[in-house]
Design a protein around this ligand. Structure first.
Ligand code: UDP
Length: 397
């Protein structure tokens, strides 16, 4: 038996989205006596910097921008030419991945994004290295073109093991790949570091900085993306503010993956509705735990099924009540004892629930403390990482 199992994780880009945060937290606590993680990225960027900080070796294969950003915004007009160029660059990316696998003597290739599977799985096959695909996305027509879905199905047949990050993700995967694939699939939820996200943190500094001492703070966390529902949040803020003036609304998150135009639309909507100064854009934050603790209620407004929803487990770990749309992964994370569900795309319902929760302090606190208990039971990063470790040991044998 080899001393250590070399795992080469693949990500086609280097921005910090939920998938990258989840992988980062996992890598931090992987048992390094048994596993040696190396991360191959499609470009330099924040994820690489974070990995550097914790001493994890990275490899960069220079995936072109058109490949990394293709499909994120089909309205950008150059989608077809990007697709063609992406197809042509694939053999080169596969070759570079093969070289990286060999150079690092990888025992396992662990694919962290959909796009990296396009070069990662063929490269693992060619080098005869076992592969596991961590699927963190809902493989539906809402997010992917038919041509992509067909190719994903084909790739999934070639991988040794599939990890889905929720029942929701698994359901869509099996719809695509067929029930026969179910023996390959295991669900491993994303986990949260219960020390980094905890109710005892200090949120006062942020409240003081923003002059919010006597206000209730309602927060939406997530990159700016139309389907994440920031506009629903802004409309709900407008309605709630008509009834209660002591509320303030935080929008936390950056315009990743080229969503600057959408960010402008959100800013314009805030202006149009006359809620400037009351709905605050905090941009991308590195201190999300403190922002959560500075808030009274966290909301999740996605209007398409969210595969998982890291922001929710982070809020729960900080003992905050969550109001979430009743679709996708959040339905597995929250329960009626730990949060409140609303229909998507209903700012009026959201405003009502926010006001109720602000008026009922005892209920708010009870939901929050129940949430912390649930997250300790189900989403502790130590437990979820152990599950992943067991799967990797199994396939590495
Ligand atoms: N996040 C962050 N700073 C921000 C906004 C988000 O660190 O300004 C983190 C957030 O704490 C969570 C992740 O980004 O860990 C978002 O994960 P989620 O599953 O909600 O969304 P995804 O990006 O995967 O769609």
């Amino acid at each position: 038996m080899k001393e250590q199992i070399n795992i080469l994780f693949l990500d086609h880009q280097a921005q910090m989205g939920g998938g990258e945060f989840s992988l980062m937290e996992t890598i931090k606590i992987l048992n390094k006596n048994i596993f040696n993680p190396i991360v191959m990225l499609g470009t330099k960027g924040p994820f690489r910097n974070e990995l550097d900080k914790i001493g994890i070796n990275t490899e960069i294969i220079n995936v072109p921008e058109y490949f990394r950003t293709y499909k994120r915004d089909p309205s950008r007009g150059n989608a077809f030419s990007s697709l063609i160029k992406s197809i042509f660059i694939l053999p080169d990316l596969i070759k570079k991945t093969e070289e990286t696998i060999k150079r690092n003597k990888a025992d396992i290739v662990a694919i962290n994004t959909i796009k990296s599977a396009f070069f990662g799985i063929p490269a693992a096959q060619k080098t005869k290295v076992k592969s596991v695909w961590i699927i963190r996305d809902c493989l539906t027509k809402d997010f992917y073109r038919a041509i992509f879905l067909r190719e994903i199905k084909r790739l999934a047949e070639k991988v040794d093991k599939i990890i889905c990050t929720s029942e929701e993700v698994k359901r869509h995967f099996l719809n695509l790949a067929g029930r026969n694939s179910s023996n390959k699939v295991t669900i491993v939820y994303n986990g949260v570091d219960l020390d980094r996200f905890n109710p005892a943190l200090n949120g006062e500094k942020i409240r003081e900085e923003l002059l919010l001492r006597d206000k209730y703070v309602i927060t939406l966390i997530g990159r700016l993306e139309p389907w994440k529902g920031q506009k629903v949040f802004i409309r709900a803020a407008k309605t709630a503010l008509e009834k209660r003036d002591n509320l303030r609304f935080f929008i936390v998150g950056g315009a990743l993956f080229g969503r600057e135009a959408y960010e402008n639309e959100c800013l314009m909507l805030v202006k149009k509705l006359g809620v400037e100064g009351k709905v605050l854009f905090l941009g991308f934050r590195n201190d999300v735990p403190n922002v959560i603790v500075a808030s009274d209620v966290i909301v999740h407004t996605s209007i398409l099924p969210e595969p998982f929803g890291r922001g929710i487990i982070e809020a729960m770990a900080c003992a905050k009540p969550v109001i979430s749309t009743n679709i996708g992964g959040p339905r597995e994370i929250l329960t009626p004892e730990t949060g409140i569900f609303i229909e998507p795309n209903r700012p009026d319902f959201l405003a009502d629930e926010i006001i109720k929760l602000i008026d009922e302090t005892d209920r708010r606190l009870l939901l929050g403390s129940n949430a912390r208990e649930r997250v300790e039971r189900m989403f502790d990063i130590r437990k979820t990482t152990q599950k992943l470790e067991n799967i990797i040991k199994e396939i590495a044998q």
